[in-house]
Design a protein around this ligand. Structure first.
Ligand code: 1HE
Length: 262
């Protein structure tokens, strides 16, 4: 694979403790070329030190049109494996990176665009968003970890249906089945994602790290192993000085209570 990171296609800005990562190929509906995938990997591996959470969004009318189909050419099986593995490492840099990532979704969230969204930790869809996996009709298969991550969100039968029949879910249905955890009016995905990311950034970094790295692994372990891992991680998290300070603040009446409208 000869591609180099297309750094023009990804814009990173820091808003306080939140890194905003923007896909910037609107003329191609933010289709994910090899160069853009490499740039995403590099971006998430080298987020600014001050970032404690991130938001990913797309410029233009759509979040992301998936794989850049113009780059699909005759690949032999070995090259196909390497291409898929490139996507895996890039999306792994998001899912198992340093900070939680909130996806702000609008317009098309399709194919590899949905694979990208499913590597994020929280998904916010505005009412213009729609979700599809057109790979079935293009004669290909998911290759960007969709077969691993998407069934964890919606189950194998729903993903099977999307790929076999070309079913498209709108934002409302997408939220109902679990493709997004939040639905907001059109145009509000980014503000809502930012609001959530700012809240996430206030958590103890070790808690965020434990959630990103321990929770998905525990969920895949046999329950006996999961309980043991949970005991280890919770002991490590509560031993951190920041955890002790936060607990003390609550006991002294200085920390926020849980409110039902929060
Ligand atoms: C593209 C791509 C793309 C747009 N690769 N160039 N993904 C798909 O099968 C989705 C294909 N795209 C679409 O269905 C539509 O473009 C959209 C619904 C996303 C947007 O429609 P629209 O009317 O706003 O835009 P458009 O006129 O279709 O596209 C504008 C330009 O973007 C046009 O190029 P132009 O040079 O004629 O201006 C399109 O060709 C180009 N474009 N989408 C390349 N995807 C790791 S495996 C993952 C496997 C997959 O992701 S398969 C699913 C691929």
């Amino acid at each position: 694979m000869n591609a180099t990171p297309d750094l023009q296609a990804v814009d990173v800005t820091l808003d306080g403790a939140v890194a905003i990562v923007r896909l910037r190929r609107p003329a191609k509906r933010n289709a994910l070329s090899d160069g853009l995938i490499l740039a995403l990997r590099q971006t998430f591996e080298t987020l600014p030190e001050a970032a404690r959470a991130a938001v990913i969004c797309g410029e233009g009318e759509h979040f992301c049109a998936g794989l850049d189909l113009s780059e699909l050419r005759e690949r032999d099986a070995g090259e196909g494996v390497m291409h898929s593995r490139l996507w895996h490492t890039a999306l792994e840099a998001i899912e198992k990176g340093r900070v939680p990532v909130v996806a702000a979704l609008h317009g098309a969230v399709v194919g590899g665009g949905l694979e990208l969204a499913s590597a994020c930790h929280v998904r916010v869809a505005d009412d213009s968003a729609y979700f599809a996996l057109p790979e079935g009709s293009r004669g290909i298969f998911v290759g960007g970890s969709g077969s691993v991550r998407i069934p964890k969100l919606i189950g194998v039968p729903r993903m099977m249906d999307m790929m076999l029949t070309g079913r498209v879910y709108d934002a409302e249905a997408g939220e109902r089945i679990g493709l997004a955890q939040y639905r907001v009016p059109a145009g509000q995905a980014l503000p809502k994602a930012l609001e959530l990311a700012r809240r996430i950034a206030e958590n103890a970094p070790l808690t965020n790290f434990a959630l990103m790295h321990a929770l998905p692994r525990i969920a895949e372990q046999a329950s006996d192993h999961g309980l043991f891992t949970e005991a280890l991680i919770s002991a490590i998290a509560q031993a951190a000085p920041e955890a002790k300070a936060r607990l003390r603040a609550f006991l002294e009446g200085k920390a926020a209570k849980v409110r039902k409208d929060a």
